[in-house]
Design a protein around this ligand. Structure first.
Ligand code: CP
Ligand code: NVA
Length: 303
């Protein structure tokens, strides 16, 4: 029975812990120059209907380092752009490849692809969520603090796909999460309800960034206009005034606090250059960890 990874809660809490532990081992082994060609002879198709730097390169390099191969398709260069149904694309790719990564707009499109695909499908970002990124974020927090428990997580900005995956993580792993979002840009109510229904963790949504930052150990933010929302950028910049991660806001956090940003970042918008380029921002480590968690995920689903 194939397994997809479309949302963080497609894994159990124990599986997330095991995956993060495995990613840590793979990171150390890589640093020592050791390779694990456990996916030799296997191929991964990557369907990217939106731009990507980190997700695309880390999956491609990850497959290479595991002894496999990755092939990337975008809309324009494939028949997807000429209207071939995503389900037909999935059926065909599943005949060549052992797994598919998809980055697309509507989450339902990734679900349609997964339903039709005979092989595991991994969500490389949809409008709804970005679970691979939050795996890397959790790994980074573990590296910094040694543990996820007892930490206060703050999300500052848009209640977007990244916020939804953090909410999902809070319900799955029992995190203490507070999100500060302007009115009209709060995370989807059903995501919050689903996470609260697990009975684990604590999720609060506020309109006050200072309240969210107070005592936080991890401050996360993301762009104010996500891919596909470029036309809304001006209206969003106005709505998000006061929601930038600045040194003043960061000063309210716990003295041990770190800043996460999935990248790409817009210095001077959602985060100041001073914060992003400070040693409290662990964003390069966070970006690197995409590679290690993707390798652990590929081993789990395709191995
Ligand atoms: N954070 C992230 O997913 O980056 P890319 O858009 O470059 O893949
Ligand atoms: N929220 C952003 C994340 C980019 C990695 C977007 O969807 O564009």
């Amino acid at each position: 029975m194939k397994r997809d990874f479309l949302s963080l809660d497609d894994l159990s809490a124990a599986e997330v812990s095991a995956l993060l532990a495995r990613a840590k081992i793979l990171k150390a082994e890589r640093a020592a120059g050791r390779r694990h060609p456990v996916l030799a002879g296997k191929s991964l198709a990557m369907v990217f209907e939106k731009a990507s730097t980190r997700t695309r390169v880390s999956f491609e390099v990850g497959m290479f380092e595991l002894g496999g191969h990755a092939v990337c398709l975008d809309r324009e260069g494939s028949q997807i752009g000429r209207g071939e149904p995503i389900a037909d694309t999935a059926r065909v790719l599943g005949r060549y490849c052992h797994g598919i990564v998809v980055r697309t707009f509507a989450h339902s499109r990734a679900e349609d692809l997964a339903r039709a695909a005979p092989v595991p499908v991994i969500n490389g970002l949809t409008d709804r969520c970005h679970p691979c990124q939050v795996l890397a974020d959790l790994m980074t927090v573990n590296e910094v603090f040694g543990d996820l428990s007892g930490l206060r997580f703050a999300w500052i900005g848009d209640g977007n796909n990244m916020a939804v995956s953090w909410i999902c993580a809070a319900g799955l792993l029992g995190l203490d999460l507070i999100l500060a979002c302007p009115p009209g840009y709060r995370p989807p109510a059903d995501a919050i309800a689903a996470a609260r229904a697990t009975g684990r963790g604590r999720i609060e949504v506020t309109g006050d960034p200072a309240r969210a930052a107070a005592g936080a150990h991890v401050l996360s933010t993301d762009v104010w206009a996500s891919m596909g929302q470029e036309d809304e950028a001006t209206a969003r910049a106005a709505a998000f005034a006061g929601f930038a991660v600045t040194s003043e806001l960061f000063a309210r956090a716990d003295p041990s606090a770190v800043v996460l940003h999935c990248l790409p970042a817009h210095r001077g918008e959602e985060i100041t250059a001073e914060v992003l380029d400070s040693d409290r921002a662990v964003v390069w480590q966070q970006a690197e960890n995409r590679l290690h968690v993707h390798k652990a995920l590929l081993e789990l689903l395709l191995g």
